[in-house]
Design a protein around this ligand. Structure first.
Ligand SMILES: [Zn+2]
Length: 401
């Protein structure tokens, strides 16, 4: 049960809202009838499958086949309207003509029903040719405009197998929705039994939509159920702002800056004086700050205390006494060798000593070889504790050198 005034425009083919169907629920709609030749067969097929649909009838067709209108009603389907003459370009009609199409269509179907009842306030625009004027008028009249969620192209010159394929494929893609069909097409009559059988086999349920009345109130729903994309904390896109439609007043290109406007393009070689002038101009001068005896506060010792909850695990075991002795000896030797170099005025001898060191260590006696261990003492000991194989790898690498 649907209250048209609550949600006056539905159908995701054109709008952001649609019927609040659950997954695997389908609403069948048939346009353009009644045409006894095919409409009656459609009624038989629906009856055989215990399925109820909504028929958007054309006023002129209703005038020609009032009995067909009553047959559809008596079979329990929902009778809705689709204008009087099915204009091909409804959105281009003058406002008063468009309104007359809607009004006459309702009047013709009402007359065909012949029992004083009116069709449901559901209206489908021919060719889905919407316009703001039509929508505003329909809404003001309390009509609900039905677009659809997917068609099966049964008004085109395609085979009934194609109609069946499209209906199932498009439904499967959405999982639910309003299917748009036509009860005036032979291919629709041919495709419908297979469509209905397949829907049943795949676990779909057909939902019959009727307008709410005072003694038949609307089915309670949540506004989010009518949204194409339910607003959800998990779906970020639902919270993104809409992209605005920018209207560009001018399409001319903006002027690009000249290359010469950029200083870096000036690559002409500068002489020493020019370079110094450039450097002194670009870089701020070095300033020597003369500080009086610093009187900054000394941080309290408890600032450096680790919180009790933090445990520090040191992967370290103290080396044996002989090894400590060897390391100390080797360290002493290395510092003795490098001492003269450091005393020199040039940087060259220091580098040379540093480069030569491994070679001399290779040929030196064992204590010299351990000098390298002194260098890696901390690291080596740590890894030796965790992975004994690592130490061997280090030794192999030394031998290769
Ligand atoms: Zn139509």
């Amino acid at each position: 049960m649907v209250d048209p005034r609550q949600y006056p425009i539905i159908g995701t083919m054109q709008y952001g809202k649609t019927l609040p169907l659950r997954d695997h629920e389908v609403v069948l709609t048939f346009d353009d009838g009644p045409l006894p030749k095919y409409s009656y067969k459609i009624l038989d097929i629906l009856a055989a499958h215990c399925a109820k649909a909504t028929f958007f009838l054309v006023g002129r067709q209703a005038n020609a086949n009032p009995e067909g209108v009553r047959k559809i009603r008596d079979a329990g389907h929902t009778i809705a309207t689709h204008t009087q003459n099915h204009p091909g370009t409804m959105n281009r009609l003058p406002v008063d003509q468009a309104q007359k199409e809607i009004e006459d269509g309702i009047a013709s179907v009402t007359a065909a029903l012949g029992d004083g009842t009116a069709p449901a306030p559901f209206f489908r625009i021919p060719g889905l040719g919407r316009s703001d004027v039509i929508e505003d008028y329909a809404e003001a009249k309390g009509l609900q405009i039905w677009s659809a969620d997917f068609p099966a192209d049964d008004w085109r010159n395609v085979s009934s197998a194609r109609v069946y394929d499209l209906a199932i494929q498009r439904l499967e893609a959405k999982g639910k929705g309003i299917l748009l069909l036509h009860d005036i097409q032979a291919r629709t009559v041919a495709a419908l039994p297979r469509i209905l059988s397949e829907l049943k086999a795949r676990g779909y349920r057909i939902v019959h939509v009727v307008p709410a009345t005072p003694d038949r109130p609307a089915t309670p729903t949540d506004p989010s159920q009518w949204q194409t994309h339910p607003v959800s904390e998990q779906v970020a896109t639902s919270r993104w702002p809409k992209i605005p439609n920018f209207a560009y007043t001018a399409t001319a290109a903006l002027p690009a800056p000249e290359l010469t406007d950029s200083d870096w393009q000036n690559t002409a070689p500068a002489d020493r004086a020019q370079r110094r002038a450039l450097r002194d101009g670009l870089w701020s001068q070095q300033v020597t700050l003369v500080l009086n005896p610093p009187a900054l506060p000394v941080p309290a010792s408890n600032v450096f205390k680790l919180p009790e909850s933090i445990r520090v695990t040191m992967l370290y075991s103290p080396p044996s006494a002989p090894k400590v002795e060897r390391i100390a000896h080797a360290a002493h030797e290395v510092s003795a060798k490098q001492a003269p170099a450091r005393a020199g005025t040039s940087r060259r001898p220091i580098r040379a000593a540093a480069v030569r060191k491994p070679a001399s260590a290779k040929h030196a006696a064992r204590p010299a070889k351990d000098a390298k261990h002194a260098k890696h003492a901390g690291k080596g000991a740590k890894h030796a504790q965790a992975k004994p194989g690592k130490k061997n790898a280090i030794r192999v690498a030394e031998k290769k050198r």
